[in-house]
Unconditional design. Structure first.
Ligand code: PEP
Ligand code: MN
Length: 336
């Protein structure tokens, strides 16, 4: 059950409400975010919710039987929009493109991609400076110095940055330079990291785990929300399957489902979803038609030379074509 509290609720009234809930057999968790104040009550009893709905300081009461609650659309029917600042918005009615290399590699690479994105009217550049690699001998990113250089160049051009944070200890040093924190598929259930990002006032893009279910993804998002951060995007990036013909199985179903199960924006990552350059476009377009609020994809000035994920990175020409077609698909979908 979610009890929305008024921002001016007195400590006394809150104490009274908590006592009543305890008496009714519920365990309460107080959640204070940038945008709201809630009491999440967990328990199996059933009672007339009007009993507490009329108490001082109670704005609204919703029954949510799902394992995930604050991220559920059962209580928040209106889709969430995330404010990126400077006019940037992510969520319902807007189509967001995030593009860039798998890994940040050099000053020249950053500048060339920033210029490309600027020309295409893309506001957000992706890129990894801490790379989770299957092999310890693969390129593992330029680290904080790469991030600082990238942030300086991106800010000069008015472009925002999304990058992966791999562990709690990196958050503080990265915070100043990052506009959106990405949680990678290998960290979707790193609950310490989720808790820590709940304390950060910056948007978070949460990828679905490599073999994660939709419910697990939503429960991971619940960690961030209940930790205090409502600015969350859910990202479908493909799941591991028995099929070996492509890298991952892009779960288009999940996009459609997530949009009805949750009020949070849903972003599709067709690059990791299929992992094959020539097939990124159709998968991206399918994701748009399934309801994605945005697409994050990998591109590189010289895709074959990329330090990581070369096989799925698009060239400038391919990127331009994809952006144009995704925007056209989104406009068409909005008309339906
Ligand atoms: C990435 O975005 O480059 C990445 C490593 O993604 P994922 O966590 O989805 O594998
Ligand atoms: Mn990658």
């Amino acid at each position: 059950m979610i009890i929305q509290l008024a921002s001016n609720m007195s400590t006394e009234a809150k104490g009274e409400l908590q006592a009543q809930m305890k008496e009714l057999g519920y365990k309460t968790n107080e959640v204070q975010t940038q945008l709201g104040h809630y009491l999440v009550a967990i328990g199996k009893q059933s009672f007339d919710i009007r009993q507490i709905g009329s108490l001082a300081g109670v704005k609204d009461v919703h029954r949510v039987s799902d394992a995930f609650k604050l991220v559920s659309r059962k209580w928040k029917v209106q889709p969430t929009r995330i404010d990126l600042g400077e006019g940037g918005q992510i969520g319902e009615g807007q189509f967001t493109v995030m593009a860039g290399p798998c890994s940040i590699e050099s000053e020249e690479q950053i500048i060339r991609i920033l210029d490309h994105l600027k020309a295409e009217g893309v506001q957000i550049m992706r890129g990894g400076v801490y790379k989770p690699r299957s092999s310890p001998y693969s390129f593992r990113g330029l680290g904080i110095d790469g991030l600082k250089l990238w942030a300086k160049l991106a800010r000069e051009k008015g472009i925002k940055i999304i990058t992966e944070v791999m562990q709690v200890s990196q958050i503080d040093a990265m915070h100043e330079y990052v506009d959106i924190f990405q949680i990678g598929a290998r960290n979707t259930q790193n609950f310490n990291l989720l808790d820590a990002l709940g304390k950060v006032d910056k948007p978070v893009l949460l990828k679905r785990g490599i073999s994660g279910t939709i419910e697990e993804l939503l429960q991971s998002a619940e960690y961030i929300f209940s930790g205090g951060n409502e600015k969350i995007m859910l990202c479908e990036r493909g799941i591991r399957s028995y099929e070996g013909a492509y890298r991952n199985c892009m779960d288009i179903n999940a996009i459609a489902l997530l949009k009805t199960k949750s009020h949070l924006p849903v972003i599709a990552d067709p690059s990791h979803g299929i992992g094959i350059r020539s097939h990124v476009e159709p998968v991206a377009l399918a994701a748009v038609m399934a309801g994605a609020d945005g697409v994050i994809f990998e591109m590189h000035p010289q895709p074959e030379e990329a330090f990581s994920d070369a096989q799925q990175s698009l060239s400038f020409r391919e990127s331009t074509k994809l952006i144009k077609r995704m925007r056209a698909a989104f406009a068409l979908k909005e008309e339906f």
